[in-house]
Design a protein around this ligand. Structure first.
Ligand SMILES: [Mg+2]
Length: 180
């Protein structure tokens, strides 16, 4: 944790080992209507050019549960849009510059939902969890799909590890102590 940083801003509300273990009833009980998903290392490996059947099944399950689902990614539009199209996700917000809450707000406006009716699922503290918490959205951290990261993520992971070390020392949050 950087000196003087707000520890709560980096703490996820819900921590899972894999997106397929997401408890949709838990979200519905909280009044969540919209699930925003990060793509890279949340649903697929960052260097994986294709979707897989498992992700499609997950998206269908979310929709069947009555939740709206959209993608919010810092990835380039071409990749993110193709990914959304293949999955049958109607809306993708790319170049999101998370943790800036801009695209999260845009998504909430599009679906006419409030922050307390929205959840963001992602694999990074510095972008996804911080972005969700800044926007007042329910933050869900998932263990990354692969251990490797692209270059900019490696920098984020450096700071993320320092925050996690701090949390563990303070007994706030523990790596791999999942809620699922
Ligand atoms: Mg990611």
């Amino acid at each position: 944790m950087p000196e003087g940083g707000n520890p709560v801003l980096f703490r996820p509300d819900y921590y899972i080992s894999h997106y397929s273990n997401l408890d949709l009833d838990r979200l519905k009980r909280r009044g969540i209507k919209l699930l925003l998903c990060d793509i890279d290392n949340t649903l697929v490996a960052w260097n994986d050019p294709d979707n897989n059947v498992r992700v499609k099944r997950f998206i269908s399950k979310v929709k069947r549960a009555g939740l709206k689902v959209a993608l919010v990614s810092n990835a380039m539009p071409k990749r993110a849009s193709r990914f959304a199209r293949d999955l049958g996700v109607e809306k993708v917000f790319c170049l999101s510059c998370k943790p800036l809450p801009r695209n999260l707000k845009k998504a909430m406006r599009f679906y006419h939902v409030k922050p307390e009716e929205t959840a963001l699922l992602g694999d990074q503290l510095m972008t996804d969890v911080l972005g969700a918490n800044l926007a007042g959205v329910y933050s869900i951290l998932t263990h990354p799909i692969t251990e490797s990261d692209k270059f900019d993520t490696q920098i984020n992971r450096f700071f993320e590890n320092r925050i996690l070390d701090h949390y563990e020392k303070k007994g706030v949050f523990k790596r791999r102590e999942f809620d699922d």
